[in-house]
Ligand binder design. Structure first.
Ligand SMILES: Nc1ncnc2c1ncn2[C@@H]1O[C@H](COP(=O)(O)OP(=O)(O)O)[C@@H](O)[C@H]1O
Ligand SMILES: [Mg+2]
Length: 390
């Protein structure tokens, strides 16, 4: 039997909802509870900060939350949502467009002189970013209809604007149901502490990490089953292991297996197909890794990356102090003259080489197996560069 769908249902890429959203039951449960409380008029206790290395499924979860909040449509569901990304949000004016799409312009009192345009810009300046009139209107609006404001890629926000948004959010949340959800890479946590809003430390943190083995298997098997395709138990075990439970790789695997089943007109996939699919996946994965390795190289961080990767060969987690020692011992002297060890550590986190999941003081590998890739390339490099060793 060939797959009944004519198009591959798997979605390896950026933010596209997978055919089966696996393993996020805890996160979904927590978010559903917050929505239910808001629908009852209760304010959430804090902002929500969702973070994890790219490819883990933050955007997908944010999309899910938006749909969940809008469930039932405006008539049956009191919750309103607004979605923004930093590239659309350059000035407070853009932020207010999202927060109060209908109201905010009316609230900027026309100030005597000039054309409409001047009135507008002068009015804007005098009504500073977090004008009480705008904040009060937002409070009133949220009392009528709670708002969930979703900001993806929040680590790339303008710091000043982020501070304004956090301040507005704090003022509104105290009086009305308003939830600010910021999603971003592991660098988001540090970014938020640098924007100077101290209460940010009290945000609700939600780490978006790899799935467990069962959820990984479900994410692959369930969509295949819908098209009558099954995978041998041994073969599935290999796929689950090779995907490293990393959502992006899971979709790559699903896509390759579905294509093979269709191409070969198979309804049962065995180790033979897994071997074939692996070749295809390897080349896409190498491209993905190579881009990240090149970035570390451009930043002069490759020697320290190799040293960190070497340590992670024998352990799954390590401490911040140990990482700092490794970075100090393996960074060129001139780079340490311009940037502190801490700054280098933040750069590794920003580039998702390592990260520190919430609820843990230990650091683990960011994008899975990027470390193995970095080490493999280093070995090749050493072999090529030192013929004497042959
Ligand atoms: N829970 C999940 N189960 C299966 N696949 C997922 C899941 N979450 C995300 N994906 C897939 O993983 C990839 C990365 O998701 P995305 O939301 O773009 O990650 P991020 O925003 O963290 O970079 C996409 O191909 C997406 O379809
Ligand atoms: Mg994303």
């Amino acid at each position: 039997m060939t797959p009944t769908r004519t198009r591959n249902p798997f979605k390896p890429g950026d933010g596209q909802r997978p055919p089966y959203l696996a393993g996020r039951e805890n996160e979904q449960g927590r978010l559903r509870q917050i929505l239910a409380d808001m629908a009852d008029g209760d304010s959430p206790a804090a902002n929500m900060v969702m973070y994890g290395p790219r490819g883990m499924g933050k955007t997908v979860l944010l999309n899910w939350l938006e749909i969940e909040a809008q469930r039932g449509g405006a008539e049956h569901n009191p919750i309103r949502t607004s979605w923004a990304t930093p590239d659309e949000l350059k000035k407070p004016i853009h932020m207010w467009n999202c927060l109060l799409p209908m109201n905010w312009k009316k609230l900027l009192k026309p100030i005597h002189w000039g054309t409409k345009f001047l009135i507008f810009s002068v009015g804007w300046k005098s009504n500073a970013a977090a004008s009480p009139a705008l904040v009060n209107t937002l409070i009133k609006e949220c009392k009528k209809r709670p708002l969930v404001f979703l900001m993806d890629e929040a680590h790339t926000m303008d710091a000043g604007l982020c501070r304004v948004l956090l301040n507005v959010s704090q003022k509104v949340r105290k009086k009305a149901p308003f939830l600010l959800v910021l999603a971003g890479t592991p660098g988001l946590s540090h970014f938020l502490t640098t924007v100077g809003a101290s209460f940010v430390e009290r945000s609700t943190k939600m780490g978006i990490a790899r799935l467990d083995a069962q959820a990984t298997a479900d994410a692959i098997v369930k969509p295949l089953q819908e098209d009558g395709i099954t995978v041998d138990a041994d073969a599935l075990e290999d796929v689950v292991e090779d995907s490293q439970h990393y959502p992006y790789f899971i979709q790559l695997w699903g896509e390759a297996l579905w294509d093979l089943a269709k191409e070969k007109d198979l309804k049962k996939l065995t180790s033979q197909e897994i071997t074939e699919a692996r070749t295809k996946i390897e080349s896409r994965r190498s491209n993905f890794y190579e881009q990240r390795r090149a970035t570390l190289d451009d930043l002069g961080l490759l020697p320290a990356a190799v040293a960190i990767a070497t340590v992670f060969q024998d352990t799954e987690t390590t401490t911040r102090d140990r990482l700092k020692e490794i970075i100090a011992d393996n960074s060129p002297v001139d780079s340490l003259a311009t940037q502190s060890v801490n700054e280098h550590l933040q750069t590794f986190i920003r580039h998702e080489f390592i990260w520190n999941p919430p609820d843990s003081i230990l650091y683990e590998a960011g994008i899975p197996s990027l470390m193995t890739y970095v080490l493999d390339r280093q070995r090749e490099h050493v072999q090529k560069g030192s013929p004497a060793a042959e």
